[in-house]
Design a protein around this ligand. Structure first.
Ligand code: BJW
Length: 234
């Protein structure tokens, strides 16, 4: 069977072999913090310096990491795919963007960062998004509003992920859904496989080990993303 409408969801596991830490390691701590303690609007209101420092550190790490074989394999797939291809990443790194800059995609391709982007900031008053202006300080004024501040352009727990209407519309139409390197612990992304199943799509999980949602997929391919993704797209 050939497919026309493809949706791929990626998570931290696709960037793990590039050296970007995943979120839910065995000790439950991530760079010394529980993710739930730093990635919430309440954490930012309570201790903006800690939250800014956390994201500033991660931004500084970005130039030291590079797209891996899995990112490049998806970019090559996007270049030759003739139908619609929506790549939805939960990752806030720019590794997909860099892979697609090297291998430009076909016209039916779109990339959505549903949990935001480390290299962007947004205004607390207007929501306007701008490029990251350098290490953000606690009281960084916003260029968009006199009372606004700039904050990381990151979707924290309790906030609405980005472009949900577009994503749900693509899931309702897709005939192939592939989930790569995500634990299935965070909603709404963890529920995308069910929307794809409802649309009648073939659903495939690629992960180093079965995820929480493994039974929801038609098929599971288990092993490191840098091996499984290139083999799958070939
Ligand atoms: C490899 C590998 C290798 C390793 N190769 N694989 C329903 C029920 C219960 C709660 C909720 C619910 N709906 C909403 C909620 C609340 C909440 C939530 O889900 N809480 C859970 C903890 C239960 N969700 C929200 O608040 C979201 N907003 C929301 O729901 O708004 C309302 C709404 C409702 C309905 C529709 C639409 C909206 C917002 C969630 C924001 C998440 N933000 C974070 C942090 C921001 C970014 C940052 O600071 O970096 O996003 S949390 C963190 O988790 C990050 C990630 O994107 C996200 C997902 O993690 P991911 O990518 O899966 O990473 P890991 O570490 O968990 O897993 C890595 C995987 O890789 C593992 O499986 C490994 O095996 C694998 N792996 N190496 C292949 N080499």
């Amino acid at each position: 069977m050939s497919y026309h409408s493809l949706v791929i969801l990626t998570g931290a596991g696709i960037s793990a072999e590039s050296g970007v830490p995943t979120f839910r390691a065995d000790d439950g701590l991530w760079m010394g913090h529980r993710i739930e303690d730093v990635a919430t609007p309440e954490a930012f209101a309570r201790n903006p310096a800690l939250v800014h420092d956390f994201y500033n550190q991660r931004r500084r790490q970005l130039p030291t990491v590079h797209p891996n074989l899995a990112h490049h394999a998806l970019a090559e797939l996007a270049a030759r795919w003739e139908g619609d291809f929506l790549l939805v990443t939960q990752n806030v790194d720019d590794l997909h963007d860099r892979a697609h800059a090297l291998t430009p995609p076909g016209p039916g391709f779109e990339l959505i960062h549903m949990h935001g982007e480390l290299l962007k900031a947004h205004c607390t008053r207007t929501g306007e998004v701008c490029d990251w202006p350098g290490d953000l300080a606690v009281q960084e004024p916003s260029p968009h509003h006199p009372q606004g501040r700039l904050r990381p352009h990151i979707v924290w727990f309790g906030e609405m992920p980005l472009r949900m209407e577009r994503i749900e519309a693509a899931l309702a139409e897709c005939d192939l859904f592939v989930s790569i390197g995500t634990s299935g612990a965070v909603y709404p992304a963890a529920g995308f496989v069910e929307l794809a199943n409802m649309a009648g799509a073939r659903t495939v999980e690629i992960n180093v080990e079965p995820s929480l949602g493994r039974r929801l997929f038609d098929e599971g391919l288990y092993g490191p993303a840098t091996q499984q993704v290139p083999a799958f797209v070939d």
